[in-house]
Structures are given as structure tokens and as C-alpha cells.
Ligand binder design. Structure first.
Ligand code: SF4
Length: 242
């Protein structure tokens, strides 16, 4: 069967610029599977030890850090959480604190009023409904304030090693689209697509690896395609030329 090919890169006539190349697009299930295997193997070689960048010493701290990471960099969150956990060492401390004071404590992460409410709501819900424990089940965990599906997947995957789903953040969204692993734009739909094609024992690591890849190589603007080992497999329309 003839493979469909795609031109990638800019067509603008510029001197001394590498012309667009033809990248074959997989057609059959076997071709798609082989391509996915190569993508996973490449990510594995690039980032074999990829882990969550949010500093934490237990799943509760990870939940708080993940709530704070919405619309904020992990670096910024990592600057805020040591002071926060020193001031409120336990879930009970945050449950009974003045929420306005918590907001001031997390102010530099942005959206601080909502984040403070979510953190205190999570602490109170976990104490009142779950005996102060974080439920190890995504259905239960997503009932906790601030723990939408992405956050719950982070806590279960990184905090407990439970592959409840695939964490889909801005990097995973962009790269799943560029690599044609999903054509959806909604995070929950992308997650469903990824859960269908990825082996479950790769769900946790895959997100960590893709997030590292998205920060270093397949960045949002001007991806570094010339140094990307996935270049021969990638037919994204916004690839940059060497
Ligand atoms: S860096 Fe370029 S070649 Fe690599 S996956 Fe991203 S868009 Fe494709």
C-alpha cells in the first residue's frame, strides 16, 4: 500500500533554506503501532529518569503543589511550598487556617484566592470524608476540591504509583497533537485517546517524559526540530526547518 506523505515546514521561498521534506504518514494499524513504539523508545532514551518537577515529601504536599501549579511554573511553586509547608505542616493546619492568610502565602503563584480556597477545601474534605487520607481512586479523588482529573492523575501516578490515567497538561496537549497521537484539543478527550494507544504501564512515565521533551525540545514557539530525534517520525505542520 502506498504511504501518504506530508510536506512539513515553511514553503516561503527563502535562499539557503532546507526545502520541505516528505514524511510518510502511517496508514495501517501495524504502521501506526510501529511508529508509536519508536516514539516511546525515543522518549525512553531521552529521559529514562523523568520525574515530576514539583517538590513534595508526601501525596498531600503533592496535591497542594499541583493545585498551586495551575497557570504557574513549577519553579515558582517550588519557591513557595517550602515556606507554606513549614508554616502549615499538616493537612489539619491548612484546614483550620485563615483562608485569607493562605491566599497571601501563595500569592506569587497567581489566582491566589481561588487556590487558597481549593487547598483549604481539599484539606477539609479529606478530613471530613476520607479520614484525613487521600483516596487512591480517581472517582473518589476527583470529588475533592481542586482535584480535577489532571491533578488527580498527578497525585495518584506520582504520589502512589497508580496509573489512573495520563496527565494531560499544556505540553502533552501540544505534543500529542504535533505527533498526531490525538487530534483533539480538549484535555479529557486527549487523555482518552492516549489511554487507548499507550500501554498502561507507560501512562505515568509518558507524561513526565513528554513534559520534559516539551520544555527542552518541542517547545511551543519555534520547536527545535533540527535537534529533535523524533523528526523522522513527525509530520507536524508547524515544524521548523533546519
Ligand atoms: S520538535 Fe519538531 S520534529 Fe520534534 S516532535 Fe516537535 S515539531 Fe516534531
Amino acid at each position: 500500500m502506498k504511504s501518504k506523505c506530508y510536506y512539513v515546514g515553511s514553503f516561503a521561498p527563502m535562499p539557503n533554506v532546507t526545502p520541505p521534506r516528505l514524511i510518510p504518514k502511517p496508514k495501517t494499524a501495524a504502521e501506526k503501532q510501529a511508529r508509536l513504539r519508536k516514539i516511546l523508545n525515543t522518549l525512553e532514551k531521552l529521559y529514562p529518569d523523568a520525574v515530576c518537577a514539583l517538590h513534595h515529601s508526601n501525596p498531600w504536599e503533592l496535591l497542594v503543589a499541583t493545585i498551586l501549579s495551575a497557570q504557574c511554573t513549577d519553579e515558582r511553586v517550588n519557591k513557595v511550598t517550602p515556606g507554606l509547608f513549614a508554616k502549615y505542616p499538616t493537612m489539619q493546619d491548612l484546614a483550620h487556617a485563615d483562608v485569607r492568610e493562605i491566599a497571601l502565602d501563595v500569592k506569587s503563584t497567581g489566582f491566589f484566592n481561588n487556590k487558597a480556597k481549593s487547598i483549604q477545601g481539599a484539606a477539609r474534605t479529606l478530613i471530613e470524608q476520607f479520614g484525613g487520607e487521600i483516596p487512591r481512586d480517581i472517582e473518589q479523588l476527583t470529588k475533592v476540591p481542586g482535584a480535577a482529573r489532571k491533578t488527580a492523575n498527578v497525585v495518584l501516578g506520582t504520589g502512589f504509583g497508580i496509573p489512573s490515567g495520563v496527565v494531560v497538561d499544556t505540553h502533552v496537549t501540544r505534543i500529542a497533537n504535533r505527533l498526531d497521537l490525538s487530534r483533539q484539543s480538549d484535555a479529557v478527550k486527549i487523555e482518552k485517546d492516549l489511554m487507548k494507544i499507550l500501554p498502561q504501564d507507560r501512562w505515568i512515565l509518558f507524561s513526565h517524559q513528554v513534559i520534559h521533551f516539551g520544555r527542552r525540545i518541542c517547545v511551543a514557539r519555534k520547536p527545535k526540530c533540527a535537534e529533535c530525534p523524533l523528526d523522522p517520525l513527525c509530520y507536524a505542520k508547524d515544524k521548523t526547518l533546519a
